[in-house]
Design a binder for this molecule. Structure first.
Ligand code: FES
Length: 98
C-alpha cells in the first residue's frame, strides 16, 4: 500500500491542511483507491514556509491548497495507480475501451 501523508503541523494547519485532507479523502473514495493508498496525518515535514506539505511515497510536495489538490491528486496519485492497474488489470468500474 502506498502512503500519502498530509502535514498537520501548526503552519500547515493554519494554511488549510484539514481542507486538503477532506478533499483527498473524497478523491480516494471516488476513485476506489482506499485499499491502495493510505491517507495519514503527519507531524511537521520541515517545509513550513512553503505552504501545506504532503509526502507521497517519500517525495515532498508543497504549496498545496483546497484549489490545487485535485491537480496534485490526478497528476501524482491517480496516474501512479493507473500505471499499476495497467500492470495488474483494470479496477472495477473502469471503462474497458479506454
Ligand atoms: S508545519 Fe507543515 S511542514 Fe512544518
Amino acid at each position: 500500500m502506498k502512503t500519502l501523508a498530509v502535514c498537520v503541523g501548526s503552519s500547515c494547519h493554519l494554511l488549510g491542511s484539514y481542507a486538503v485532507i477532506k478533499r483527498l479523502q473524497q478523491l480516494l473514495a471516488e476513485h476506489r483507491l482506499n485499499g491502495e493508498v493510505e491517507l495519514k496525518a503527519s507531524f511537521c515535514l520541515g517545509q513550513c514556509q512553503a505552504g501545506v506539505t504532503v509526502c507521497y511515497e517519500g517525495t515532498l510536495y508543497t504549496a498545496l491548497t483546497e484549489e490545487n489538490i485535485d491537480a496534485f491528486f490526478y497528476q501524482h496519485v491517480l496516474a501512479g495507480a493507473d500505471e499499476e492497474s495497467g500492470r495488474k488489470g483494470k479496477r472495477d468500474g473502469d471503462h474497458l475501451d479506454d
